[in-house]
Design a protein around this ligand. Structure first.
Ligand code: FCB
Length: 477
C-alpha cells in the first residue's frame, strides 16, 4: 500500500493507507524537573520533598536519588537538539519550584530562572513550543516542614510561585499547566506514603487533595491577571474503573475507586462541586471541615484545556467477605475509606511496571471527560510504557514500547473520530529518567540514557515516533 509523503490535510478516516491527525495536532514528549535535571544543589537550588525522601533510607529502590538524574541541567542544549531531531512540535517540562524560589517563599532565584529562560529560548529557536508545568511534585522542603499540602497556606504559596514564574517566563511561554497528577501528590504523598513526603494519614491525603486544587484555582487567577493571553490547564491522571464481575458488590467497589481516583478532581475542577457520594465513602476519614465557603468557586476557575495522563485501567472487586473496612482503615493506603477494595489482574499483557496494557481504556477516558465534563480542548499530556531495554551494538530496539505507543495513538485517533476535541499527544517520556520510588530501574524513554556516561541513544520507538510526527499520522495496519 502506498504512503503519500504528505497526507491530505485534515483527512481523519482510515483511507486504507494512513490514519491522519487533524492539522495543527501537537506532537510532544514530556519530562519532569526532578526526574531529569540533576544539579540538585547548583545555582541556588535548595531541597524539595523528593530530595529529602529519596535520601531517606528505604524510600526508593536501591536508594536512588535525583541528585544527578539525566544531568539535563548541564546537557540541555544537546537534549533540545534530540527533540528537534525527533521533529517534536511541543515539549512538556516542569519547573523545579525550589530552583526558582528556594524555600518556597520570598524572592525569585534569578540563576534558577535563567536556566528555564535558556531552555525556553533554545526550544523556540528550534521551533518547539514550550508547555510548562508548574508543579510536578517537588514541593520546597520548608513548605512541607510548615505542614505541606494538608496545610491550607501551601495553596497560597503555590499561587505566589505561579505569579513569579509568569512574571519571569510569561513573555515567551503561552501554555501553562498548574498541577501534574494531584491524585499522586495527595494520595501517594500523604496516604500510602509511597511518594514524597512519605506520610500516611487518610485525612491528610484528602486535605492535601483539596489544597492542591485550591492552589490550582488561585494560581489560575494569578496567571490570568499576569498574562491574559496565556493558555491554562491542569493535568489529571485518569483511569477507567471496571468491576471485575457484574455483581452489585463489585460495581460498588468500582464506584468507590472511581470517586477517589477520578471524580475527586474532575468534579471540583470542572463542575465546582465534590461528587455527592464521596463524603459518605470518606465518613470514617474526614468530615470535609477543611473546605471553606468560596473554595469550590475558586477551584472551578475557567480553563483553556484539560490534560489527561493515561497509562492503564483499574479492575476492582468487592472486599473479601469477613474482612470489612475496620480491618484495614488505619493501614497506610492511597484509598482512604476504601482500603479493602481489591485490585485484580485479568491476565492481559503488562508493562515492566506491571500495569495492564489497555488502549481501549484511553478512548473511554477521553470520551467520558468530553461527554460528562467539558467541551474544552483535551490533550494527552502523558502516555507511555516502561519495558526492559538492552543496548546491542549501539542500538536499542524496543518493539514492545513501539507497539504500546502505536496502539494508544490509534485509540487517540478513534476518540477524535468519535468527536472528542483532542488536540495533542505527549509521549512519556522523552528519555529514560528517575522513575520516583522505582529510581532508575524503570525505563520509559523514547531515548535511552546510560546513567554512567550520560550517553543518549534514540530507541527504535523514537525513530518510529519521528516518522509519525513527520506524516502527522500512522501507517495503515
Ligand atoms: C506519571 C508521572 C510521571 C511518570 C509516569 C510514569 O504518574 O506523572 O512523572 O512517573 O507516571
Amino acid at each position: 500500500m502506498s504512503n503519500p509523503a504528505s497526507p491530505p490535510a485534515g483527512r481523519l478516516l482510515d483511507q486504507g493507507y494512513e490514519l491522519t491527525f487533524p492539522p495543527g495536532f501537537r506532537w510532544g514528549a514530556a519530562t519532569a524537573a526532578y526526574q531529569i535535571e540533576g544539579a540538585a544543589a547548583e545555582g541556588g537550588r535548595t531541597p524539595s520533598i523528593w530530595d529529602t525522601f529519596s535520601h531517606t533510607e528505604g524510600r526508593t529502590v536501591a536508594g536512588h536519588t535525583g541528585d544527578v538524574a539525566c544531568d539535563h541541567y548541564h546537557r540541555m542544549p544537546e537534549d533540545v537538539r534530540l527533540m528537534a531531531d525527533l521533529g517534536l512540535t511541543s515539549y512538556r517540562f516542569s519547573i523545579s519550584w525550589p530552583r526558582v524560589q528556594p524555600g518556597g517563599s520570598g524572592p525569585a532565584n534569578q540563576a534558577g530562572l535563567d536556566f528555564y529562560r535558556r531552555l525556553v529560548d533554545e526550544l523556540l529557536a528550534h521551533g518547539i513550543e514550550p508547555w510548562l508545568t508548574l508543579y510536578h511534585w517537588d514541593l520546597p522542603q520548608p513548605l512541607e516542614d510548615a505542614g505541606g499540602w494538608p496545610a491550607r497556606d501551601t495553596a497560597g504559596r503555590f499561587a505566589d510561585y505561579a505569579q513569579l514564574v509568569a512574571d519571569a517566563l510569561g513573555d515567551r511561554v503561552r501554555h501553562f499547566t498548574t498541577l501534574n497528577e494531584p491524585w499522586c501528590s495527595a494520595f501517594l504523598g500523604y496516604g500510602s506514603g509511597a511518594h514524597a513526603p512519605g506520610r500516611s494519614d487518610g485525612a491528610d491525603a484528602v486535605r492535601a487533595g483539596h489544597h492542591l486544587m485550591l492552589g490550582h484555582g488561585l494560581a489560575v487567577q494569578a496567571l490570568r491577571a499576569a498574562r491574559p493571553e496565556a493558555h491554562l490547564g491542569i493535568t489529571l491522571n485518569l483511569y477507567p474503573v471496571t468491576p471485575a464481575t457484574d455483581s452489585p458488590a463489585d460495581a460498588e467497589a468500582a464506584r468507590r475507586i472511581d470517586a477517589l481516583a477520578n471524580r475527586f478532581f474532575l468534579d471540583p475542577v470542572l463542575r465546582g462541586a465534590y461528587p455527592a457520594d464521596l463524603p459518605g465513602d470518606l465518613r470514617q476519614v474526614t468530615d470535609f471541615g477543611h473546605v471553606r465557603d468560596g473554595d469550590l468557586a475558586l477551584i472551578a476557575a475557567p480553563l483553556d484545556m484539560v490534560g489527561i495522563n493515561y497509562y492503564s485501567r483499574y479492575v476492582v472487586a468487592a472486599p473479601v467477605s469477613g474482612t470489612g473496612p475496620d480491618a484495614y482503615w488505619r493501614a497506610p493506603s492511597c484509598w482512604p475509606g476504601s482500603e479493602d477494595v481489591r485490585f485484580v489482574t485479568r491476565g492481559v499483557p503488562v508493562t515492566d511496571m506491571g500495569w495492564e496494557i489497555d488502549a481501549p481504556g484511553l478512548v473511554e477516558t477521553l470520551e467520558r471527560v468530553h461527554r460528562d465534563y467539558t467541551d474544552l480542548p483535551l490533550y494527552i499530556t502523558e502516555n507511555g510504557a516502561a519495558f526492559v531495554d538492552a543496548v546491542v551494538d549501539g542500538r536499542v530496539d524496543d518493539p514492545d514500547r513501539l507497539a504500546y505507543l502505536d496502539a494508544h495513538l490509534r485509540a487517540a485517533h478513534a476518540a477524535i473520530r468519535a468527536g472528542v476535541p483532542l488536540k495533542g499527544y505527549f509521549a512519556w517520556s522523552l528519555m529514560d529518567n528517575f522513575e520516583w520510588a522505582w529510581g532508575y530501574t524503570k525505563r520509559f524513554g523514547l531515548v535511552h540514557v546510560d546513567y554512567d556516561s550520560q550517553a543518549r541513544i534514540p530507541k527504535s520507538s523514537a525513530r518510529w515516533y519521528a516518522e509519525v510526527i513527520r506524516r502527522n499520522g500512522l501507517a495503515a495496519q
